[in-house]
Design a protein around this ligand. Sequence first.
Ligand code: ATP
Ligand code: MG
Length: 262
Amino acid sequence: MAHTICIANQKGGVGKTTTAVNLSAALAVAGKKTLLVDCDPQANATTGLGIDKQTIETSLYHGLIGQAPAADIIRDTGIEKLSLMPSKTELIGFEVEMMADAGRDKMLRALLGECASDYDYIIIDCPPSLSLLTLNAMTAANAVLITLQCEFYALEGLGQLMQTVKRIKQGLNRELTIEGILLTMFDSRTNLSNQVAENAEQYFKKLVFKTRIPRTVRLGEAPSYGKPIIFYDPSSVSALSYLALAKEVIRGRRRKDKVVIL
Ligand code: ATP
Ligand code: MG
């Protein structure tokens, strides 16, 4: 059965999609059968893998509203062992259309239940909000990976995010844990980055991944070529950092003394 990780932070532009795409690709390269689920109407993870939105007829939206089975939505990415459940702008409609549906929080869990046994890992890219889509992602997941951009307001709003995870754990998904907190866009030359890292480690201790994702031009460029960094620039520090993160995630799954602070 797949280990399902949702990548979340209600803040925008903090490296969620970059992490979802590159961690998925790194897990696939490490030999793990992986499904990337694009749960954001912006569909950045879909285009980041080089898939043209115009060619998508059946997207996650159709799966969530019960119009298509998972098997009809999942597609190949051209990368061995990596599949994608793509998204399109129409996913915006999900929230409004499901307003009156009592089971609206569990639609993604049901959909992924159809295919979870086919994968080692399922990675869900969340939108920048704590909306119904994010709640669905957290309800479908075993664990939440929080990306923390190394900038001044990084830790602000994290309390609210942790509260949401806790609420979901108490109500909709008792199994939910925190996979870890990932420092992104880290620049070791700046005091600010070092300060954010120090604060995060003081507060969240072992929950913070040892791997830090550096801020690099190459990582910013890769999506415009429709490629994960390990294929766009395999020997770069950015590629190595996502490979190291994948290793930590794989090790973490085997670790028995997993820290849970909820
Ligand atoms: P949103 O909340 O809008 O979904 P996000 O949290 O998914 O955003 P990304 O799209 O991953 O964030 O990143 C925001 C921007 O920063 C993108 O243009 C991305 O290419 C760039 N970026 C992400 N990580 C890095 C990095 N480590 N170094 C340089 N640029 C980065
Ligand atoms: Mg994103």
